[in-house]
Design a protein around this ligand. Structure first.
Ligand SMILES: *[C@@H]1O[C@H](CO)[C@@H](O)[C@H](O)[C@H]1NC(C)=O
Ligand SMILES: *[C@@H]1O[C@H](CO)[C@@H](O)[C@H](O)[C@H]1NC(C)=O
Length: 352
C-alpha cells in the first residue's frame, strides 16, 4: 500500500519514474508539512474566518450619517408591531425573531420606543435594510417561540392590514426569520406572497408542508458548526431545487474576537470596558489564545465573573448584547447581520 502512495506522489508531482526512492520520504515529509499547515490555517475544512477585521465590516454606528432608527410602535391582534419606512421605499421586509426574541430587539431604545432593546445584530439588520430602502416591519410572537398554526394567520392579517394602511401594496414583500422565526417564515411563505425569503440558522419546515411551485426563492444563512441542522438544510435545499425553486446558501463561520469587538458592535460599551471584558474572558478560558470563543455564550457563566472583577456595565441589560456577540463569534446559533450584503443582494436580485 505504501508503494501505491509513492506512485501517487510521483504522479501528482509529475516526478519521473526513475526518481530515486531515497528522495521520496523527503518529498512526503514536505507534503505532510504542507497538509498540516493547510489544516492549521483552515481548521475544520475552512469553516473559520481569518480575522474579526475581515468579517466585521460594520460598527454599531456605521449608518449614523445615512439613516436613523425612528420606529413607530403599534399594538394589534394582541401583539406589538414595530415598523419604519424610509423615503422612497423599494420593498418591504418582514422580520421574524427567534425564541425569546421580540420586535423591540430590532430598534434602539428611544423616546419613540421606550421598551426597545436594540440587540446588536438585530439593529444592524434593520439599519442595513433602511439604508437599502426597505420598509421594515417586525411583529412579536404571542409565546416565547412562534406557533406554526393560528399565528400564521394573525401575522398574515397584520402584514396585509399594515401594507394597506401605509398604501404600500405596489411594493414587493420579502421576509427574514432566524431560528424559530426561520421556521415561521418558511411556512408563512405559503400564506403570503414573498418575492424572496431568508431562512437563518435553521432548516425550515419543509418536511411539514406542501411546497407549491410558486414558493419564493430561498436563501439559507447558516452556521456549519451546527452540523445536524446543516445536514437537514442541505436535504431541504435539494428538495426545493428539485421543484425548480431558486435556492442559495451563505455560511457563517466562527471568527476571533478582538479587544474592541464589544465597543465596535454595541452602543453604550466603550473601548476600555470592551478591552477589560476581552482580557477577563481570555483569562477565564472563555476565549482562547487566538481570540476564538471556546464555547457558546449561553453555556458559560460569564456575567458572574464581572462582579468578581468589579466590572460594571453602564446598563445591566447590556449583558444580552454581549452574549449575542459571543454567540455570533462562536458561530453555532445566533442572529447575524454580518452577511447583510449577501442577504440584501439576494432580496434585491429577486424583487418582482
Ligand atoms: C386582527 O384584528 C382585527 C381588528 O381588530 C380583526 O378584524 C381581525 O379579525 C384580527 N385578526 C385575527 C387573525 O385575529
Ligand atoms: C447576567 O445575565 C442575566 C441573563 O442575561 C441577566 O438577567 C443578569 O442581570 C446578568 N447579571 C449581571 C450582573 O449583569
Amino acid at each position: 500500500m505504501f508503494s501505491g502512495v509513492l506512485e501517487r506522489v510521483k504522479m501528482v508531482l509529475k516526478l519521473p519514474n526513475n526518481v530515486q526512492n531515497k528522495r521520496l520520504p523527503i518529498v512526503i515529509a514536505f507534503l505532510l508539512f504542507i497538509s498540516v499547515l493547510y489544516l492549521v490555517l483552515y481548521r475544520e475544512n475552512g469553516e473559520q474566518s481569518g480575522s474579526s477585521s475581515e468579517i466585521i465590516k460594520q460598527n454599531w454606528d456605521s449608518f449614523s450619517s445615512v439613516v436613523k432608527l425612528e420606529p413607530t410602535v403599534e399594538f394589534r391582534n394582541g401583539t406589538d408591531i414595530i415598523w419604519q419606512i424610509p423615503d422612497s421605499p423599494k420593498a418591504i421586509l418582514f422580520l421574524a425573531h427567534g425564541c425569546d426574541g421580540k420586535a423591540a430587539n430590532f430598534w434602539d431604545r428611544s423616546s419613540k420606543c421606550p421598551n426597545c432593546v436594540g440587540l446588536p445584530e438585530e439593529r444592524l439588520l434593520t439599519l442595513n435594510a433602511l439604508a437599502r430602502k426597505f420598509a421594515v416591519i417586525a411583529v412579536s410572537s404571542a409565546e416565547a417561540c412562534w406557533s406554526f398554526k393560528e399565528e400564521r394567520f394573525t401575522v398574515k392579517d397584520i402584514i396585509e392590514w399594515w401594507i394597506a394602511k401605509q398604501k404600500l401594496q405596489h411594493l414587493p414583500l420579502v421576509a427574514l426569520g432566524a431560528s424559530s422565526g426561520g421556521y415561521f417564515v418558511s411556512i408563512l411563505a405559503t400564506d403570503l406572497r414573498f418575492s424572496s425569503i431568508t431562512v437563518m440558522i435553521i432548516e425550515g419546515l419543509y418536511d411539514q408542508m406542501e411546497i407549491p411551485e410558486s414558493y419564493p426563492p430561498t436563501l439559507f444563512v447558516h452556521m456549519p458548526k451546527d452540523k445536524s441542522r446543516m445536514q437537514k438544510l442541505k436535504r431541504f435545499a435539494i428538495l426545493l431545487k428539485g421543484k425548480g425553486i431558486d435556492v442559495a446558501e451563505v455560511k457563517c463561520l466562527e471568527f476571533p474576537l478582538s479587544p474592541s469587538l464589544f465597543a465596535d458592535r454595541i452602543p453604550g460599551i466603550d473601548v476600555a470596558t470592551s478591552a477589560k471584558l476581552f482580557s477577563l474572558f481570555q483569562e477565564k478560558g472563555f476565549i482562547d489564545k487566538n481570540g476564538f470563543m471556546t464555547n457558546d455564550g449561553r453555556d458559560i457563566h460569564w456575567n458572574k465573573t464581572l462582579q468578581e472583577r468589579g466590572i460594571v456595565l453602564p446598563d445591566k441589560s447590556l449583558s444580552k448584547h454581549i452574549e449575542e456577540e459571543m454567540n455570533l463569534a462562536f458561530a453555532f446559533h445566533e442572529m447575524t447581520s454580518l452577511q447583510s450584503e449577501q442577504i440584501f443582494n439576494w432580496f434585491e436580485t429577486h424583487l418582482s
